[in-house]
Ligand binder design. Sequence first.
Ligand code: MG
Ligand code: MG
Length: 250
Amino acid sequence: MVSIKNLEEVSYMKEAGRIVALTHKRLKSEIRPGISTKHLDFIAKKFIISMGATPSFLGYGGFKASICTSVNDCVVHGVPSDDVILNDGDIISIDIGACFKGYHGDSAWSYKVGNVSQEAQELLKIGELALYEGLKQVKDGVRVGDISSAIGNYVRNAGYSVPLEYTGHGIGRSLHEEPAIPNFGYCNTGMTLKKGMTVAIEPMVIKGKPFTKVLADGWSVVTKDKSLSVHFEHTIYITEDGYEILTKED
Ligand code: MG
Ligand code: MG
């Protein structure tokens, strides 16, 4: 269960979050047609370690890479590979976790590769805005369902869908803590969140139907209808009347 953090813990989580944000910045400068997702993983691992942290995902449940790289119809948990080469027009969701002095930061962002279609640009916009719709609800005393319904309603009204199986979560000494924070739900339901808690809010938004399957690699989650998907996530600290984003550069 997610705990209320003291000042020392918050400072560690801020540093973990800052390292995650800087890793995103570093990887964004590498994204171009022709590079492999393994290349991004290599750079991320080296960078996170150089900052005095450890990649949270490496070894998590047996995961063999430091980041998740989910391309096009891959929703989450894409495994970096020498065989996955980025092409002009692709979109790639990169999920990064870093652990600093025992505390985790977790943030995902979707990026375009070269020039992308109008359809992909629109999806990227809706995905990012869905994250902020969820964040807008956050303050001391908010219930999980308030966040979930804000995200779910926004995405549905925009004509897109969210996968049902993958959620945001509490975060701190563990990468994933209770409660789960789904991307759909009802207001005034679920656990009440308090100031001082730290959670990751992370809408995944799918262009087509919400149904997904896991590929034979045991990790990569893809849309069944092969439609595009994006993923936007921040780790935040809940305050009296709002929140502070921890996965930011400063
Ligand atoms: Mg994540
Ligand atoms: Mg997460």
